[in-house]
Design a protein. Sequence first.
Length: 210
Amino acid sequence: MAQTLGRREAHKQATRQALQQAADRLFAERGYGATTVRDIAEAAGVTERTFFRYFTGKEELILDDALGWLPVLLDAIRGRPDEEDVGTAVRQALLDTGALLSASPRPTPVWLFSDGPPGTRISRMPTGTLLKIETDLAAVIRERLVRTHRDVADPDYLADLLARIIVAVIRSAMIRHAQLSRDPGRETVPASVLVDQALSILSLPGSRAT
């Protein structure tokens, strides 16, 4: 009986892995938007009904990659000194996180934030994933505002604003990085440098000076 259960679990794991691998390949070849659940199921050699036994939809197939870096950034924001204004804390956390992930053997999938035609990138991040990132970022920033910036009149609004700015900055930097990488006449600038440039231009709100 135990041997039968073992084979069954091994089969489930193999099916799940086949679906994930098929999705990764098709997303890279066609782009996220142009790939359907039926495409993924057929490429993995299973039915659509079988697909939905393992995943609720194709968005679930990229959530681990899309959100794997987020806890690192959230912890970095939490760990910044209380005496820093929130703009400085968020900016430094972003830069520290970028440096840490760049050194990681499993780098952040920057194609999730990149723009352009389907190819090696997903042309648009699924809305649910984007909202998840913004919501989690806003929650951590709000915690910091309430603790260290008691004079802020509307911490909910400022936290939401900062979270949306952060996502826009990351995406814009990745888009520019991809554009420079495709242009043989231009020098490629590291994405972390582009993020720093964007943050310098923006001067993130929430500092005590403002």
